[in-house]
Design a protein around this ligand. Structure first.
Ligand code: 5RP
Length: 217
């Protein structure tokens, strides 16, 4: 990451918090190097006396929140006014690929629960069509052989990388992740729906129809 990437991420994270987070509310906080700056900014606002609580999208984010004095609550313990999170790819219609940090399941849960979902990113994440970034798909470990067989049958040209091949990468939910190259993803909603019909697929990193705003830095 270059210093200007980092400055862009900070600008996006801080701007999203300043624009969308109100004192006295519950918010969702995302995972990744851009969402980190939103967490940092919320920590500053709490240190200045504001009453903000957060739902974390990963164990890592929960740890960062605790380090910065951001109180954590459970999913829907309070209404989530806004969730702020990063993305790996952003299409022109704001369909996303997320989950590069492995937190896609909880990130989608928080986005679905939030009244508004705001994405923070640098312009490098804007793409004409999704698919250059491998799509993370979370899988129940027991079902892995079946899921691999069904995915290869349904998508003969797919290129599947098992994340953490030597030592399996384990998500916060105790599952595995497959990073999948499908080529250009023209119909992300359809792909997401069809992947979820495979028994053992927990979630894909495709987010469609959820984004309220994209804040670029
Ligand atoms: C984690 C995510 C991240 O939001 C996504 O990978 C973007 O991360 P970064 O801001 O570090 O580029 O989905 O699961």
């Amino acid at each position: 990451m270059t210093p200007s990437d980092d400055a862009g991420k900070r600008a996006a994270g801080y701007a999203a918090v300043d624009r969308y987070v109100r004192d006295g509310t519950c918010i969702g906080l995302g995972t990744g190097t851009t969402a980190f700056y939103a967490i940092e900014r919320v920590g500053q606002r709490i240190a200045a006396g504001e009453q903000i609580v957060a739902v974390a999208t990963s164990i890592g984010t929960e740890r960062l929140c605790k380090e910065r004095g951001v109180p954590i609550v459970g999913l829907l313990e309070r209404e989530i006014e806004v969730a702020i999170d990063g993305a790996d790819e952003i299409a022109p219609d704001w369909a996303l690929i997320k989950g590069g940090g492995g937190a896609l399941f909880r990130e989608k849960a928080v986005a679905l629960c939030a009244r508004q979902f705001v994405v923070v990113a640098t312009p490098a994440k804007l793409v004409p069509v999704l698919g250059a970034f491998p799509l993370p798909v979370e899988i129940v470990p027991y079902a892995m052989p079946y899921v691999l067989r069904e995915m290869r049958r349904a998508y003969p040209d797919i290129d599947i990388i098992r994340r953490g091949t030597d030592t399996p990468y384990i998500t916060d939910n105790g599952n595995y992740i497959l990073d999948c190259h499908f080529g250009a993803i023209d119909q992300p909603a359809l792909l997401d729906t069809s992947l979820k019909t495979i028994h053992g697929v927990v979630a894909s990193g495709i987010f469609v129809g959820l984004v309220h705003d994209v804040v670029l830095g």
